[in-house]
Design a protein around this ligand. Sequence first.
Ligand SMILES: Cc1ncc(C[n+]2csc(CCOP(=O)(O)OP(=O)(O)O)c2C)c(N)n1
Ligand SMILES: CC(=O)[C@@H](O)[C@H](O)COP(=O)(O)O
Ligand SMILES: [Mg+2]
Length: 633
Amino acid sequence: MYSYLSGISMPEDLKKLTEKEVEVLIKEIRNFLIESVSKTGGHLASNLGVVELTLALHTVFDTSKDRILWDVGHQSYVHKILTGRKDEFHTLRQYKGISGFPKISESIHDHFNTGHSSTSISAALGMAFARDLQQQDHSIIAVIGDGALTGGMAFEALNHAGQSKKNLMVILNDNEMSISPNVGGLSDYLTRIRTAPIYYRVKGDIEQLIGKIPAIGKSVVKTVEKAKDSIKYFFVPGILFEELGFTYIGPVDGHNYESLCKVLNKYKNLNGPVLVHVITKKGKGYKPAETSPHDFHGVSPFKIDSGEPLKAKKKTTFSDIAGSTLVKAAEADDSIVAITAAMPSGTGLTEFSQKFPERFIDVGIAEQHAVTLAAGLAAAGCRPVFPVYSTFLQRGYDQVLHDVCLQNLPVTLLLDRAGLVGNDGETHHGVFDISFLSCIPNLVMMAPKDGDELQEMIQYSLKLKSPVAIRYPRGNAGITEDSNNISIHKGKGEILFEAGKDALIIALGTMCEEALKAAHTLAQKGIKVTIINPRFIKPLDEGLILEYANKCNSIYTIEDHVKHGGFGSQVLSLLNDHSINKEVRIFAIPDEFVEHGDVHILHDYYHLCGDKLAQEIQQDFLGNVYSPFVLTR
Ligand SMILES: Cc1ncc(C[n+]2csc(CCOP(=O)(O)OP(=O)(O)O)c2C)c(N)n1
Ligand SMILES: CC(=O)[C@@H](O)[C@H](O)COP(=O)(O)O
Ligand SMILES: [Mg+2]
């Protein structure tokens, strides 16, 4: 079916093709990507945009020694296809299949693992220092998108790399898009470069021209120098990067394989850091993705002819509820400001951004800045809310501690995608937030069992005069059966289910639903349990937990989070402080990074589901056979 792609196993095979054949290969790769991702889901639009660029990189460089670092790494599919993973591509992002991001463990052609944005230039510079110290000779190329370039780390690295004079190439893949349209002054600057009338002029011509402007006499010299500077700043593309110490090349048409190869060949041995500004179209070659790059940034399986998702739209998600609750709250309180770090739709803020554009702030991929911006807003009398994926808040840790909590500022952090997220895998699971946040003084932390409770918790958080974090998972927000009336009071949990004293299950957040399933299964076996929904991670409902821990025979905690420093550890510590010496078993994720795969598979593997919980509790009653995943005291 694929005349040329079928013959490509490794990058060397590519080098045997003529330019005409490569043109056919480009089309074949796009078809292959569309076919394959329509079944597995994945980051389609970004990959369609870098087909020519990736082929050119593999034509000019040799990644068995040269190092290409893919920023974020969601655009590395073509690289994977060309470096021995074509035949496994149908397993992309599936449990035990290949990852959606670069992985050193997958291939010698992957040189650095990524997933979080804006790391590539720092890593490339580190490798350049190492290469020179070890007197080696290879090329190092960071490929970074215009969205990823909005991240603070990228600026820090550009600043350092420019001055270091190290030989390295930064390829700026500019498609004017982050997940949503890109934001910020730098993005505007790139637009000016792209649309400048001197688009195809080379910088050298302009500099020569400026050099020819005569200047006679002292004051004339001064004026002319000033004028020259202004002309240069106006006309020389990429002057910003030049001033930082980079040689700027571009803009270059990122869909012209031949000219990309020429540029890369010409500048690959240049002394010092070089930045090649490549213009691409996100979603290139597939109409639905070109028209709607946002919708095809990360897709679930879809119909190729229409681009429609295979499964009907999901029910209401936790993110939807967070968004609609904030809209309602903002209608009543004009001090509420919503912040996003380049994830407006992922975090459910689309409606908010449309209804309250003046109170909606997209900072770009800049979580650190977002947190301190929130602190500033709060210090000046606004009520900021920052919905952010749990995993990306890791970027803003010191800002949460130092700028928000130390000053006890009323900032609400909505930790979306808390728990296992599924197919993005180890870089994206939000399973560390309890450990890194619950140790911070002044911070109140909650986890809702369902959508209704999330709504109440957000409303409650907006009344508090202190920082609050609320963690909730990716996906649908159900309504819990057996649910009581929801009324949130600081540090108060609820008895969700009470059948007897054989076992106490303290189930955090959506694990309540799993605990209820287990309770019903166990009831049929004659084992009577009680379930506590703690609602608060901090402060814990100590009274309720101690009362029932004393009453019940054995105690179980369950959470979608790592065990170390997690919720169960805190319960254990509480019981220890009160000398309750009963058996406590913690169902949580052990001390390892969790691979990618469907969430239900991962939950099953780690026994974070009703079936396994019931099985384990039953086993305990039968004869104490323990699973390796649960801690026993
Ligand atoms: C620290 C961090 N924050 C947010 C994200 C989510 N994210 C992944 S890709 C992306 C947009 C990247 O845009 P760009 O670099 O321009 O790549 P493109 O998809 O346009 O090729 C965002 C916001 C992330 N991966 N890491
Ligand atoms: C690459 C990246 O970081 C994002 O695109 C992420 O994959 C989005 O995840 P959701 O699909 O959960 O919004
Ligand atoms: Mg982009």
